[in-house]
Ligand binder design. Structure first.
Ligand code: UDP
Length: 325
């Protein structure tokens, strides 16, 4: 069986994207198709949604397979890149789905590595700033080993991703597979799920629907938000580089969660209260990427200013809510 018509095979590079119907997987797919790749998207739709890939229906260079990558992954024909993005990724998702989160980080990464090895493909794992846990080094550099509570509620995600990094390096060292590891910091943009519990869709959804903004704790914890197109650009550059060790990709512009809530009220023009809710267990107090390595090795840095990115994102959610009603 061929996924793409045989006479056209060989003239374009083929990429497999797992988690292809998710926020990042779908944006990565769009970028690869725009760059002239063929893309095979795989997703079990546990947290992903076909709404994110509906626009690709009929695209001859795109093929979607509904499949859970914790089971053996079968893909016929040539594959040049495997981008492993499948995982629940928001704190409420991995709290509700602790075992699928551990399985996709462990079995899913093993299967995706096996596919890359069988095809002689380059492999990229979507890792996370969560590998640093509640960090004692600030901003976080790639050589910091992190401060993770392995048995806390976030441990299922943090340790799954730390295992994923470990097995990726093992395939690199033992099987000489061409592998890359990106540590993704908080990213935002269109196609995030309104209900995924993350602070960006939560605050924008609340502001647009006239509900008070729920700051967890006193809102003094910090995050640094990267617009999705910048993140995808960094990831694509990393996948085409010779860098095998983990690389942070994110926007170093740091703000407190309270400042973020105020910015959302200002940008949406909403006049609403900011209320405090209990801080979730092990919620990191600070987070900011040191991106000197990405600047030096990839010549990459974010370009989209917060004002611009957040305006696009608010517009997306405004349309989304208007169409839902
Ligand atoms: N947060 C919040 N209100 C919300 C959702 C999240 O104050 O309604 C906080 C959360 O406690 C954390 C930060 O915003 O400190 C970012 O949370 P998110 O779920 O986006 O992801 P995280 O960066 O913690 O992985």
């Amino acid at each position: 069986m061929d996924l793409f018509t045989p006479q056209r095979r060989g003239d374009k590079r083929v990429a497999v994207v797992t988690g292809a119907a998710g926020f990042l997987g779908s944006h990565l797919t769009d970028r690869l198709l725009a760059d002239g790749y063929r893309v095979i998207g795989i997703d079990n739709l546990l947290t992903g949604n076909t709404r994110n890939i509906d626009h690709l229906a009929g695209n001859k260079d795109y093929h979607f397979i509904e499949h859970d990558v914790t089971n053996f992954i079968y893909v016929p024909g040539e594959v040049h890149f495997v981008y492993h993005f499948a995982s629940p990724a928001s704190p409420i998702d991995y709290l509700e789905l602790p075992i699928p989160t551990l399985k996709v980080g462990a079995h899913g990464t093993h299967n995706a590595l096996g596919l890359a090895k069988a095809k002689g493909a380059t492999f990229l794992i979507a890792s996370t700033s969560e590998v640093y846990g509640d960090p004692l080094i600030h901003p976080q550099t790639e050589d910091y080993w992190g401060n993770v509570n392995p048995i806390g509620p976030r441990g299922v995600y943090d340790e799954a991703k730390r295992f994923a990094e470990a097995i990726t390096m093992a395939y690199h060292r033992y099987h000489r597979l061409d592998t890359k590891i990106v540590r993704i910091f908080n990213t935002y943009g269109p196609r995030m799920r309104l209900e995924d519990g993350r602070v960006v869709p939560a605050f924008i959804g609340q502001a647009l629907q006239g509900e008070p903004l729920t700051v967890f704790g006193d809102g003094s914890q910090t995050r640094s938000f990267c617009y999705v197109s910048d993140l995808i650009d960094g990831i694509v550059k990393l996948s085409r580089s010779e860098e095998h060790h983990p690389t942070n990709i994110g926007n170093p512009k740091e703000m407190t969660i309270r400042q973020f809530a105020e910015a959302i009220l200002e940008k949406t023009g909403a006049k609403l209260e900011i209320i405090e809710k209990p801080l979730p267990e092990d919620d990191p107090k600070v987070r900011q990427p040191n991106i000197e390595k990405a600047q030096r090795v990839l010549g990459w840095e974010p370009k989209v200013a917060f004002d611009e990115g957040i305006t696009h994102t608010i517009d997306y959610f405004r349309n989304f809510l208007a169409n839902e009603k």
